[in-house]
Design a protein around this ligand. Structure first.
Ligand code: GDP
Ligand code: IMO
Ligand code: MG
Length: 431
């Protein structure tokens, strides 16, 4: 059994998302019996490559690609039933059996409604120039309703027709007024929404369960649990580069509320990071390379959004940011991804610290005022020219690639235990 699953494991991003979490969850899932998503919604896009075929999930845990795994969607997720069933149908059609036998959704999970998506889009359009650059999947408005409480719909409401009707009627009054006055959008069509969402509720019913209790029982029975993080520490609503973040607790600190399990349930905190940095959407990005280097990385790394297809912003590795994430979340091991993408660059730069107004800055502050003005200070290392995507042992990497990995490890003060050199399961080197 993979030693990372001894005491269960969480896999989460330590940069701004898209680090390759999907690949590592799928890799580790070989030895897991439960895979659980604990945050976010269909704004995530997790890619796996199996036998040369690429698959992307948004809401479904990556454990659906392996038989014998129970996949859970925890209470911390916001579930868009339309996106959910589209994905379920897509994977069933591709030959992956998905049913309540291998997938359960928490009755506490909040529902993303069509009006959340409309509002997300309308807000983005209205704030063009300073917009967050959201995925327009309704994530922010759905979490806002969760916090507002009386205007939210949970899965337990969705599967109960009379509760759903009463909720929709109650929500529509205020929401319609806001839609018409603020966003110039039509009022909510309650009868239409009710018919459509009652049908989703009926279809969802067999999947709905107490996922928290399933997790706790599975753990007691010695089953191996994998927590599948979405997004990343720097996109976390509290600890990320606020307000340019997503709306959930998507660092490892959010596992226990989002999955509904006690903190002792997980002992391995596996941070996923790229050998460089990317971010999609707005917000500060000190090491961004809006130039030939950024373009080189984008094209070699196919850095286009899994969910929205937007080109991702690319830049050098930022050790200050990752050290912050690693310390905050108690990362026990790092999986370094996409090292192959850097092949062919003569020199590689690593940001080792920040300066502001010519003075050193102490560490990383997830604060716009500071991040927008810092200047990254770089260290330069020699690159390598060899294609490393076929390498299957760390010792066989070119010397400069090994030195680069070792230097990153020193700077982030966290052991790099896995190195990925291609999207496939096999292209994962253990250290
Ligand atoms: P996630 O959101 O963290 O799961 O990451 P995404 O799936 O959005 O983006 C990561 C992309 O990198 C996917 O297309 C993966 O197939 C790909 N990928 C993962 N690991 C590697 C690697 O080591 N090398 C290369 N070239 N691609 C990788
Ligand atoms: P995975 O799990 C990268 C970003 C969006 C936007 C901000 C807010 O695939 O790593 P939202 O729609 O969540 O309100 O958008 O967060 N974002 C991500 N960026 N990877 C993700 O997920 C992301 N999920 C949200 O681009 O800047
Ligand atoms: Mg992604």
């Amino acid at each position: 059994m993979n030693p990372f699953l001894e005491g269960n494991a969480c896999v989460f991003g330590v940069q701004w998302g898209d680090e390759g979490k999907g690949k590592i969850v799928d890799y580790l899932a070989e030895d897991a019996q439960v895979v659980v998503r604990y945050c976010g919604g269909a704004n995530a896009g997790h890619t796996v490559r199996i036998n040369g075929q690429k698959y992307s999930t948004h809401l479904l845990p990556v454990g659906i690609f392996r038989p014998g795994i129970m996949n859970l969607i925890g209470n911390g997720v916001v579930l868009d039933p339309e996106a959910f069933f589209k994905e379920v149908d897509e994977f069933i059609a591709k030959g992956f059996p998905i049913s309540p036998d291998n997938l359960r959704v928490s009755y506490k999970t909040h529902v993303v409604m069509p009006y959340h998506k409309l509002e997300d889009g309308a807000r983005e359009t209205r704030t063009q120039g300073s917009s967050i650059g959201t995925t327009r999947r309704g994530i922010g408005p759905a979490y806002a309703d969760k916090m507002h409480r009386m205007s939210a719909i949970r899965v337990s409401d969705l599967i109960d027709a009379s509760r759903l009707k009463a909720k929709l009627e109650q929500i529509a009054t205020d929401r319609s007024a806001i839609f018409q006055k603020v966003y110039d959008l039509p009022a909510l069509d309650v009868p239409k929404l009710f018919l459509e969402y009652r049908a989703y509720g009926e279809r969802l019913k067999p999947f709905v369960d107490d996922t928290s209790s399933i997790l706790i029982k599975a753990n007691k029975a010695g089953k191996k649990i994998l927590f599948e993080g979405a997004h990343a520490v720097l996109l976390d609503v509290d600890h990320g580069t606020y307000p340019y973040v997503t709306s959930s607790s998507c660092s490892a600190l959010g596992i226990f509320t989002g999955a509904g399990a006690p903190p002792q349930i997980c002992r391995n905190f596996i941070g996923i990071m790229k050998a460089y940095t990317t971010r999609v959407g707005g917000g500060p990005f000190p090491t961004e390379q809006d130039n030939q280097i950024g373009n080189y990385i984008r094209e070699r790394g196919n850095e286009y959004g899994t969910t929205t297809r937007r080109p991702r912003r690319c830049g050098w590795f930022d050790a200050v940011a990752v050290r912050y994430s690693s310390e905050l979340c108690g990362v026990t091991a790092i999986s370094l991804m996409l090292l192959d993408v850097l092949t062919g660059l003569d020199e590689l730069k690593i940001c080792t610290r920040y300066e502001m107004n010519g003075k050193p800055v102490d560490g990383f502050r997830a604060d716009m005022g500071m991040l927008a003005d810092v200047r990254p200070v770089y260290e330069t290392m020699p690159g390598w020219r060899e294609d490393i995507s076929g390498v299957r042992s760390f010792a066989d990497l070119p010397t400069n690639a090994r030195k680069y990995v070792q230097r990153l490890e020193e700077l982030i003060e966290t052991p790099i235990r896995m190195v990925s050199v291609a999207p496939d399961r096999e292209a994962t080197l253990m250290r």
